[in-house]
Design a protein around this ligand. Structure first.
Ligand code: MCA
Ligand code: AMP
Length: 478
């Protein structure tokens, strides 16, 4: 049995079936279990009990490393392979990572590396770690400061995947296709551990391009597709690729709001109403439209099995579920996390008692229980191409540059990315395109490539209120 809390037993007779295909190369379930068990045996042999970092490139070796860590009961910390120096150092220190598992970055920060061998096999029966044990530590941005670690329990992963399997009628007969990064909940928990638990093969396309999604229907018989809204809006602009998805079973969107025009265009071109679902790193996926139910553009569906939700109005009282009243969305359920790693204050701010998590999203719920996400309470958490980025961390990175005196980052509306990172900068240096490019590059070296501003606007000063606080609403109106 492979990871009973996170992955179900192999369906009878399916050992030789493809389990995971990445970059055109495939491992059967037997091969994956053997290779991951060899990793787990190695970790046990070396006495590694603490967290292990995985450089989460989209490769078979990454999948083996992560499943191996889970088999050994050692928390896995996926590190974005486009991370800059400060971000890697932060994630390693904050998580207390003891080793790299598999590939290491250029600067491994003094940590030892435990090799991952694709062709090694181990067959020991390993004891199952407790259901409450931490499977993954995932890093996610807040409005200010460095990203926070979220410990994700084995039982939370199991509850999330089982709830989604029910909502989407997801079975071992499906073939899941996506090309999302393996260092976030979407691509990793849903996108890799999901198919392993359900028993459906995974085809990872490397990058989520329209052409690759279309080709996976022909080459692999894909039936279920995951994408962030940017992926679906690119497919909506590529009629040929969209038409290739006509006969698949389900198209699913999440991580950011799916624009209604994209929903409509995909319906026209592919004959599908996209299933939208909502979640967070801290809660995993909690709300979704159902495969056998209504899919309403602009709405994210119903709580999945075991989830309770409520909206809290400005008075602090629960707002009615009338489809119009707006409130702060709070969630609780078996897939919801319990804390930010080593941050009791931030934990107390977001976990507000009795298991309720305050999402920071503002929502409406209708009488039938359908949810609509209206927006975020803070303009400082930005979603760009489905990536969650804190304005504060980019501002801090920019202020680390010798020329920068002041910086304010906002997310401006963008047809392709949902929001586009724009930095307003007061600089002592040159105010030309070369200086802007140098600042962009600087952010990419310190943080991650996907946190680079798309645009730098040099200004003489930032709009501030009498208290000296930057008026971001004014920047957003620019
Ligand atoms: C990007 N480029 C730049 C800049 N930004 N160049 C200069 N300056 C910049 N500021 C470059 C890129 O490196 C790339 O170059 C080219 O421009 C195009 O970039 P981009 O437009 O970003 O497109 P992309 O690289 O194709 O990426 C789009 C994407 C990506 C594939 C949709 O954003 C993505 O993978 N998003 C998924 C995020 C995700 O999984 N989120 C889940 C978290 P070159 O072409 O040379 O490389 S949310 C979650 O887990 C919860 C629980 C949930 O609900 O799901
Ligand atoms: P992350 O922790 O990176 O997964 O980001 C979580 C945030 O993404 C949520 O708090 C929402 O703001 C946003 N989000 C995720 N799914 C959706 C969706 N379907 N519609 C609107 N926003 C979403």
């Amino acid at each position: 049995m492979l990871l009973p809390h996170t992955v179900t037993p192999v369906p009878p007779g399916s050992d030789g079936e493809p389990a995971v295909t990445v970059g055109g190369r495939t491992l059967t379930r037997t091969e994956l279990i053997g290779a991951a068990t060899a990793v787990a045996e190695r970790l046990n042999g070396l006495g590694v009990r603490g967290p292990v970092a995985v450089w989460a490139e989209p490769t078979l070796a990454t999948v083996i490393a992560i499943v191996g860590g889970l088999r050994a009961g050692v928390p896995v910390v996926p590190v974005p392979p486009d991370s800059g120096s400060a971000e890697i150092a932060h994630v390693l220190t904050d998580s207390g990572a003891q080793a790299w598992l598999g590939v290491t970055p250029e600067d491994p920060h003094g940590l030892p590396a435990v090799p991952v061998r694709e062709h090694a096999r181990g067959w020991h029966a390993l004891p199952e770690p407790p259901a409450r044990a931490t499977a993954l530590i995932m890093y996610t941005s807040g409005t200010t400061g460095a990203p926070k670690g979220v410990p994700i329990r084995r039982e939370a992963i199991a509850a999330c995947i089982d709830g989604l399997a029910d909502a989407w009628a997801w079975t071992a007969n499906d073939t899941l296709v996506h090309g999302l990064p393996l260092f976030h909940v979407h691509g990793l928990v849903l996108g890799v551990l999901g198919p392993l638990r359900v028993g459906s093969p995974l085809v990872h396309t490397g990058r989520p391009t329209p052409e690759a999604y279309a080709a996976a229907v022909r080459d692999h018989g894909g039936t279920m597709y995951f994408g962030v809204p940017t992926v679906w809006s690119r497919i909506a602009r590529d009629p040929e690729s969209a038409a290739a998805l006509r006969d698949v079973r389900l198209l699913i969107s999440g991580s950011a709001p799916l624009p209604a025009p994209v929903f409509e265009r995909i319906r026209e071109l592919a004959g599908h109403e996209i299933v939208e679902r909502y979640g967070m790193t801290e809660t995993l996926i909690t709300v979704s439209a159902r495969a056998d139910g209504e899919r309403r553009p602009g709405w994210v569906g119903l709580p999945i099995t075991g989830v309770e939700s409520r909206i809290i109005g400005e008075s602090g009282e629960e707002a009615p579920h009338d489809g119009e009243s707006i409130g702060a969305l709070q969630i609780r359920g078996p897939m919801v996390g319990t804390q930010y790693l080593g941050r009791p204050e931030a934990t107390a701010e977001s976990w507000v008692g009795e298991g309720w998590f305050d999402t920071g999203d503002v929502a409406v719920i209708d009488a039938g229980g359908f949810h609509r996400i209206v927006g975020r309470a803070s303009t400082d958490l930005i979603k760009t191409g489905g990536f969650r980025v804190g304005a504060g961390e980019i501002e801090a990175a920019l202020l680390g540059h010798a020329d920068v005196r002041e910086a304010a980052v906002v997310g401006l509306p963008d047809e392709d990315l949902g929001q586009r990172l724009v930095a307003f900068v007061v600089s002592d240096g040159a105010h030309d395109p070369a200086a802007a490019a140098a600042l962009t590059e600087f952010v990419g070296e310190v943080l991650s490539k996907h946190k680079r501003p798309r645009e730098i606007r040099f200004v003489d000063d930032l709009p501030r209120n009498p208290m000296g606080k930057v008026q971001k609403k004014q920047l957003l109106a620019d």
